[in-house]
Design a protein. Structure first.
Lengths: 421, 421
């Protein structure tokens, strides 16, 4: 996270800023409402005129005019007069209260309009006061806030027809592997279709990145080096899938070395995704994810997500940590911390989480239903249905790191050690 | 919900189907993996050759060739031979097991390659079997499923370079009100900028609709009737904001009547949003939402959302119902059920919900932080900090209706009555 940088900002039209990340602090440039207004359909009056009004002694006021929302009264309200006023219209000068339409009796006399009021009205009754919602100068949102429909309403209110947002990091995606076919090719012996690139592209887009999806490449050191050099020119973050292990054709480690990239880590004590490599090079990021679909998916959510989101100053850039009750036995122990693709169900009374299909790193089908990862700290024991477990979710707002629960860590000692790094 | 209709389906490229709703059932068109393959870098062998192998009596096998992923062996594995095989490569004929690279000793003799194995290997060891992830014909997803990155991986695996998705309902949005300025206009006395249209547009887009955002219109019966008739031609669903109450310039009820639209309801015992009107006309929908921003927002989430999502066969089209602990007192009682804009925080140990700012229907600022609605059934009592309350959230997966908890209803009798409608 020490290598995080902001890629820049840009102005986009208000109608296209949905889900982007605000790059400016936002303050109220005027009061809301900007003037005293009527919250009801009724009559703007001077409350003193009603001081002696009662059932038996109604007060009669001359109605000078009617104003709808958006119109301003031509007259002032003087003693003995009223102005018919609709919801949202500005309170006329001289009026200090509004009485609702259904509480008066309207009448015409000699072509003039009058109302009768049979109760006293207090000063300030039924007025929405200037600034009662928001005072001018109030801080409303800060840079790093995701733009929601509610924030769009506020931006519109204050006249922002364009909005300053952080540039989307450009994520290049290059799958490697001689076994890969394109999605529109028929199956061939020994080959499988490239699914990782499309999946990672969708993950990166969901995080808020722009995506360059490159044609997949065969495992060839020289041509891969050329490809990666070219792709890196067009990308802020380059994700490769495959080629990161120790096999004869796993060329990524050699390519990182040839590039002179600074490898931050290239082995992680986790399953799946242990061969994930992350490097930085001239201010850009290189993520070497596993070619196994599930390992690739997990690596992207755990390591790419915080880089994409932090580069737009999002304050909770990591997967969301929640607690859930394990909905199925998970007897297989593992010395390494596991991230099990899972279905997290927000039941009305709490969260339940169940492993999603086959827990193998090569599994595609487990990704279909998965909306979360069960985190099972490494150790010698399995886990029983009903246990409380930590779960990471990539939907909705994220979390800060380290995740604030020992459920995610082997022991509190381990957690402390991680925190101190 | 009896008036729901599907607006059609369309084929979109795999790279553009993110977050769309699948319009076809999806089955596995082949086994995954499509062939037996190696999950590790190692040697494909005939396990019988290792029956007597031990530390003291290693077995020596002639290595015929090396195959990387995507390549098919030119040779068969016969007794006494092995094929060096990389992760993902197809198991050669004659081999029934793989031994990992690090468990053998490799050696060259007279230009030929050999390995020594010092342990017995069982048949089927280290083979990812054809179909072990997914068998051909397995049902994977059905129409109405939202397309996630994981589903995109599955679509790619099975060669779907285009995907059949439900057409986005076209939502037209027309704000009415003489008080409205456009977002790029300076404030004028008695006027406010149009924020509802931009907000509702963002809400509809987030639900998965396409949006036609129309220029706001003044309160004028004849021209509004013309506008609405024109907008309705281009829209499946037309949302108007404002003009639904009983004031002198609230023309929507008259316009619905003139259109001959079937008004489904036009008053709701709720706050805010009591004046919401919903009508159907020639297979299209008309939503007359309040001009008050918060009432407008709530009406859109409660009433427009299920129509948009159900028209794409989404199975949980309503706001998500969850339980939360009230994080602040809410002493004001109300005879009507209230939907209070709120901030729902998924704490690690459970949900906490707090009212977001000013609880008035005209409030814009309360929408800024709100990510949910606290539902407070009507009655004579207020609510204390620490109470359990029902909360509706528009993020993530939705719920079915009626919401499955008495927290949302006045009493179980009321709930039953609602269910029977």
């Amino acid at each position: 996270m020490n290598h995080i940088r902001v890629w820049g900002t840009e102005e986009v039209p208000l109608t296209e800023c949905d889900n982007r990340i605000l790059a400016q602090d936002l303050s109220a440039s005027h009061d809301v409402p900007p003037f005293n207004r009527s919250p009801y359909d009724g009559f703007a009056i001077n409350s003193k005129d009603t001081a002696d009004a009662s059932e038996t002694q109604p007060v009669k006021l001359h109605v000078l005019e009617t104003i709808g929302a958006g119109h301003v009264a031509a007259n002032k309200v003087k003693s003995g007069t009223a102005i018919r006023i609709m919801t949202g219209a500005q309170i006329p000068d001289g009026a200090d209260a509004v009485i609702m339409l259904e509480l008066v009796k309207e009448m015409d006399e000699s072509g003039k309009s009058f109302i009768e009021i049979k109760r006293t009205v207090k000063s300030n009754d039924n007025i929405s006061f200037q600034g009662e919602d928001t005072k001018e100068g109030t801080k409303l949102a800060e840079a790093g806030t995701r733009i929601t429909p509610g924030l769009i309403a506020v931006l519109a209110t204050f006249g922002h027809h364009t909005v300053s947002v952080f540039k989307k990091p450009v994520v290049g995606i290059l799958s490697t592997g001689t076994e890969l076919l394109d999605v529109n090719e028929p199956l061939q012996p020994g080959k499988i279709r490239n699914s990782n690139a499309y999946m990672v592209a969708a993950q990166a887009k969901a995080m808020g990145a722009a995506v360059n999806l490159y044609q997949h490449r065969e495992d060839d050191l020289d041509s891969l080096y050329e490809n990666i050099t070219e792709c890196l020119k067009e990308s802020d973050i380059l994700i490769t899938t495959g080629g990161v292990s120790v096999g004869d054709y796993d060329y990524l480690p050699a390519i990182y070395e040839k590039l002179g990239a600074e490898v931050l880590f290239n082995k992680i004590a986790m399953r799946p995704g242990s061969v994930t490599t992350v490097a930085v090079h001239k201010g850009k990021w290189l993520f070497g994810l596993s070619g196994n679909p599930s390992a690739c998916f997990v690596g992207c959510e755990l390591f790419v997500r915080p880089v994409v989101l932090s580069s737009m100053k999002v304050k909770k850039p990591h997967c969301k940590a929640v607690k859930a009750v394990l909905g199925a036995d998970f007897p297989k122990p593992n010395p390494f911390t596991r991230f099990v693709r899972a279905v997290l169900t927000e039941e009305f009374d709490g969260n339940v989480v169940t492993p999603a299909g086959l827990d193998k790193s090569g599994s595609v089908s487990s990704l279909l239903a998965a909306n979360s990862l069960i985190v099972l700290p490494g150790g010698t024991r399995g886990w029983e249905k009903g246990s409380e477990v930590g779960v990471l979710s990539w939907n909705g707002e994220g979390s800060e790191w380290p995740w604030d629960s020992p459920l995610f860590f082997k022991s509190s000692a381990t957690k402390t050690a991680v925190k101190q790094q």
